[in-house]
Write a protein that binds this ligand. Structure first.
Ligand SMILES: [Zn+2]
Length: 293
C-alpha cells in the first residue's frame, strides 16, 4: 500500500495492510496533526524527525491505535473524554475490555507494555462532539461515533471532503462491539450517520483504508454482519446453551483460533452484547445459566 495525499490529508498505510495489531494513520500536513499512531514505527520516527508532529489525535483508546504513541510522549494529544480513562492506567485499560479473569490479565499486561508500548498518558484536551476546528490547512468537524467504544470519534475534513471513520472499517469481519462499554445500537446508529456524511473520500483504519468512491453496498454488508451474528445466535439457542457453549460456537470468528486468551474474549465480548440485547428485548430467556429462544 502507498501513501496518498488528499489536499493536506495524508494517508499513511499501516504494516500488513493495517491488519491488527497495526492500523492506518493519517497526517495533516502543515498543521502537524498525526491521527492514530500505530501504522509503521519507522515511518512515524521519520515523520517526527521531519516536518514536526505538533499534535496527536486518537479516534479511540484501543491498543492497535496507540502502539507508537510512546514516540510522541512529549507532544500533546487529544481524545474524547469517554475514551481517556483506559489510557491513564493499564489496569483501567484491561477493565474497559472487561477482563475479569486474572489469567487473561496476566497474558495482556506484558503484551500491552512490551508490544504496544503502553505508557499511562493524560490527554491535553478532549474533543467535543460536533466541534469544528479551523486549522491552518483544513477545516475539520469532529463526529462522535460511539458504539465501537463509548467515545470513538470520526473526523470530516471539509475542503477535500475526506471522512476519517476510524474503526468503522467496512471490513468483511464486521463491526467490533465487544468491550464493557461497547453498544450494538450505538454502533448501528454511528454507521448510519457516517454513511450520510457528504464525503468524496472515505478513510478507515484497517485493510482497504482508502475508498475513492462511495463504498456503496459495503455499508449494508458491514451492517448486515451484525444481523447475521444475531440470526446465528437465535438459531443456536433453539436448544438452551450456556455462555461458554455460545462462545464455543465461534459465531464471530468462525473457528477456534489461537491465542485463546485473545480470540475467546472477543467472541465472548461480542456475543455477550447480543445476548444482553436479546434478553432486554425479551426475544430470549435465561434459566439456570442457560439461554434459549
Ligand atoms: Zn478499535
Amino acid at each position: 500500500m502507498k501513501e496518498r495525499c488528499f489536499g493536506a490529508v495524508r494517508f499513511i498505510p499501516g504494516q500488513n495492510k493495517g491488519k491488527y495489531p497495526y492500523c492506518h494513520s493519517v497526517y495533516i500536513e502543515g498543521d502537524g496533526i498525526l491521527i492514530d499512531p500505530a501504522s509503521d514505527r519507522e515511518r512515524l520516527i521519520h515523520l517526527k524527525e521531519g516536518s514536526g508532529v505538533q499534535h496527536v489525535w486518537l479516534s479511540h483508546w484501543h491498543e492497535d491505535h496507540i502502539m507508537h504513541l510512546d514516540l510522541f510522549d512529549d507532544i500533546p494529544f487529544l481524545i474524547s473524554s469517554a475514551d481517556a480513562p483506559p489510557l491513564s492506567d493499564v489496569e483501567i485499560f484491561m477493565d474497559a475490555y472487561g477482563f475479569s479473569d486474572e489469567t487473561i490479565r496476566e497474558y495482556w499486561r506484558p503484551l500491552l507494555i512490551n508490544q504496544f508500548h503502553y505508557k499511562p498518558r493524560k490527554p491535553d484536551r478532549f474533543f467535543k462532539n460536533g466541534e469544528r476546528m479551523h486549522l491552518e490547512t483544513v477545516t475539520v468537524e469532529v463526529i462522535h461515533t460511539p458504539g465501537h467504544t463509548p467515545g470513538h470519534c470520526s473526523f470530516f475534513f471539509e475542503e477535500p471532503r475526506v471522512l476519517f471513520m476510524g474503526d468503522y472499517d467496512l471490513t468483511p469481519f464486521g463491526p467490533w462491539y465487544g468491550d464493557r462499554e461497547s453498544s450494538i445500537q450505538d454502533t448501528i446508529a454511528s454507521i448510519e450517520r457516517l454513511k450520510h456524511v457528504p464525503a468524496d473520500i472515505w478513510i478507515t483504519c484497517h485493510e482497504t483504508g482508502v475508498f475513492e468512491k462511495d463504498p456503496g453496498d459495503l455499508w449494508d454488508q458491514y451492517l448486515g454482519i451484525i444481523k447475521r451474528r444475531e440470526d446465528k445466535l437465535l438459531s443456536l439457542l433453539q436448544i438452551p446453551k450456556t455462555m461458554d457453549e455460545i462462545v464455543d460456537a465461534c459465531i464471530v470468528y468462525g473457528r477456534p483460533r489461537e491465542p485463546r486468551a485473545f480470540f475467546s474474549i472477543g467472541e465472548r465480548g461480542i456475543m455477550g452484547k447480543h445476548v444482553e440485547d436479546l434478553l432486554e428485548k425479551s426475544v430470549i430467556k435465561k434459566e439456570n445459566g442457560h439461554f434459549f429462544v
